[in-house]
Design a protein around this ligand. Structure first.
Ligand code: GLU
Length: 475
């Protein structure tokens, strides 16, 4: 059975690139009737951030990427958090020590620094030649040590990657990397191999930064007599031709995009297509469609550039087809934050905005008109707003028309436009001239989602008339 995994380190956020790795691993597993596993790689305890595992779990949940085994839900291969598996790694490290594929290293920080400053580019195998007795003695005396992998000095290693083809690495470019640190914790370089094997991972899907170190992992699989997984390395998502998307630049966190008002699935859909394509030009795919279409052959060898404008467009497609109730629920936090406590029909506002926003935070701008009319001010807004060159309107015209606009407003909002048109005819004006005056008087805003009739429905008749009367009193 196909088993894939997502193995994030708990950094406190879920990077868009990480989310895409998780997504591909999920899609591949589901496409093949397999299992998708979440494993937390927290062996670098210095980097750990409190609550970070919850952030990952909740982000995956919002993204609709459901893991079959992992923290909280458990599974037959747990624990799924590496810091809880310390003893397991030690057992295999001992096996590698016995076979000579690993060795204890007592070199101090000072010696390693000296080695480095003398021009060495990698560890010099200084401790490889210690006798067994000497190693035992030094361990017994409490001297700190690490366990290093014993990598051949010469020769090359070739393995197959499903995206990059055959990859060859010269052993001289690999270092005897640390497998177990002096605190007994494994490094990524060791733990990923042990866990991928013990968790039955068949396909290892991860970032391209591991492409050149994979030979080290293969040596470990071979030394332990284990079958290597199939490797699928992924190119990074770029901000532009030369920079990766990075959290530091504020453009990479999944949660950041959610806060900006992108819908979770629109993000997932968009990033699915950054590095993979379904080969039929489809751009909008549900999770089920992504699963059905996903294939390794569609993965790109080149990196892709993240285009927020494109993701906005895709998001707007999803917004348009959202049921009103759903849109309203998603919009509500934005109303609460930016326009709380207004005397309006918020549900109706959602109806007006649903076709006018691409992402939910567009609400901030599109609903700005809600703050344009100040009841308490001498003039509720700047009356220069009545001036419209196209419609040839100004404050004087407003004064002429306001009484009739008030009368027209009093009837049924659905037929308001007809009554305003009659006002225009009566004064020999264009309809637009009267509509403009009416809408400006009602809202104090040049841009509103909908015309005067919609604004009356939004505010309710009493409030609409109160606004018009206030304007009349100032003209
Ligand atoms: N913990 C590693 C990372 O966050 C995972 C790499 C892998 O998927 O093997 O980069």
């Amino acid at each position: 059975m196909v088993r894939t995994r997502f193995a994030p380190s708990p950094t406190g956020y879920l990077h868009i690139g990480g989310l895409r790795t998780a997504l591909y691993a999920y899609l591949f597993a589901k496409k093949n009737g397999g299992k998708f596993i979440l494993r937390i790689e927290d062996t670098d305890q210095n980097r750990e951030v409190k609550g970070a595992v919850d952030v990952i779990i909740s982000a995956l949940d919002k993204a609709g990427i459901h893991y079959d085994e992992g923290p909280i839900v458990g599974g037959d291969y747990g624990p799924y958090v590496q810091s809880e598996r310390k003893e397991i790694y030690l057992k295999y490290a001992k096996q590698l020590l016995e076979s000579g594929d690993a060795y204890c290293c007592f070199c101090t920080k000072e010696r390693l620094e000296e080695l480095h400053s003398s021009g060495a580019t990698k560890y010099d195998k200084h401790c490889l030649h210690l006798t067994k007795a000497e190693v035992e003695k030094r361990i017994a005396s409490g001297e700190p040590y690490v366990i290093r992998q014993n990598i051949p000095l010469t020769g090359t290693h070739t393995y197959h990657d499903e995206v990059f083809g055959d990859v060859t690495v010269d052993y001289k470019d690999l270092e005897d990397n640390i497998l177990i640190k002096s605190d007994g914790m494994p490094t990524y370089n060791f733990a990923n191999v042990i866990d991928d094997h013990l968790m039955g991972i068949t396909h290892c899907i991860r970032g391209v930064e591991y492409l050149m170190s994979t030979p080290k992992y293969n040596l470990l699989y071979d030394a332990l007599g284990w079958q290597r997984p199939v490797y699928i390395h992924l190119q990074p998502i770029m901000r532009d031709a030369s920079h990766k998307l990075s959290k530091r630049d504020g453009d990479a966190g999944f949660e950041d995009f959610l806060a900006k008002g992108f819908l979770p699935h629109a993000i997932v859909n968009y990033i699915a297509l950054l590095g993979w394509n379904p080969k039929d030009n489809r751009e909008k795919l549900s999770m089920d469609e992504l699963i059905a279409a996903f294939s390794i052959e569609g993965l790109q060898k080149s990196s892709s550039i993240f285009d927020e404008t494109k993701m906005r467009w895709l998001n707007s497609q999803y917004v348009k087809e959202m049921p009103l109730d759903e849109f309203h629920a998603a919009a509500k936090p934005f109303y609460d934050k930016y326009y709380p406590g207004k005397k309006i029909d918020y549900k109706y506002l959602s109806e007006l905005l649903k076709t006018r926003v691409e992402i939910l935070s567009d609400i901030n701008e599109k609903a700005a008109f809600l703050n344009s009319f100040d009841h308490k001010a001498d003039r509720p807004f700047d009356f220069d707003k009545f001036i419209n060159k196209k419609w040839k309107t100004d404050e004087a015209m407003a004064k002429t028309l306001i009484d009739e606009c008030i009368e027209a407003t009093k009837g049924d909002a659905d037929t308001l436009n007809e009554r305003l048109e009659a006002v225009a005819v009566k004064h020999g004006l264009k309809k637009g001239q009267v509509l403009w005056i009416h809408r400006i008087a009602l809202t104090g805003a040049e841009a509103t989602p909908g015309g005067g009739a919609e604004m009356v429905k939004l505010f309710g008749l009493n409030e609409a008339l109160a606004r018009l009367e206030k304007v009349k009193a100032c003209l």
